[in-house]
Design a protein around this ligand. Sequence first.
Ligand SMILES: [Fe+2]
Length: 263
Amino acid sequence: MFSSIQTYLKRNSMENLFNSKYSFDLWLRACHINLMTQIAIQMSNEDNSINKDILYVCCMHHDDGQALQYKQFGIFNNSVSHHALGLDMLDTFLTTYNVTVTPEIQILRACIYYHGRTQLAGDSLDAQTLKYVQLVSAADEIETCCLAPVGYLPRQIANDTLCIRTAALMPSKKIRSEIWDAFKKGDLLSTEDSAHSYAEHLLFEATKAIQCIKKYGEPAKSAMNMNCYAYPSAVAGFTSLFHQNMTCEDAKHATQILLDALK
Ligand SMILES: [Fe+2]
């Protein structure tokens, strides 16, 4: 399995492509890939038809194109599709070395190109390939919405990346009542620029996590308890961030709403 592209997989191992020694951004991406792989493997336990070795390779390589973005632009520049970059990188290898495209390689190609946008595939994927693409997409979304925020938020808040403190629209820990109401209902839209404080921004991010928990149920709930980004769990990460950036009362309230979503 994948023996025909061992050289490719080794040369483009996740550790090589996202070498954390070089930047915090690469470390975050490496964590994302490792965590979403664990989530996908866990989710695949319910389906005996999924080959875990194939799924593992698909997960570990689904974002290869992002490493090329970073190499070319010094940032993860989404104006250039990482789906297309990743597939192009693989296809260039296949063509250069005249590799026979096996069914496993076709599954990997599909996961790289269609993850997170399965609808683009139309009817072009067979049922089994579609299962892999859907698993990679689901695990990718769960990691991105439920876990990743506790990785990037501390630096985003400390550096005021979103210029929310600079705009000084209101005290940094204040949360408007309409934002609280929307958060409690779970219909707060994640438009970062509508947050007037980092306390509000945290509620936007927590809403994304809660919406993802509602969408995927148990796999997202158990993911929230995974050790991630130097926190014992994503729940612990959110709780810590709430307490650092909200009043004590608001932090307790926000934590309780998050915990209720996990019941
Ligand atoms: Fe991803």
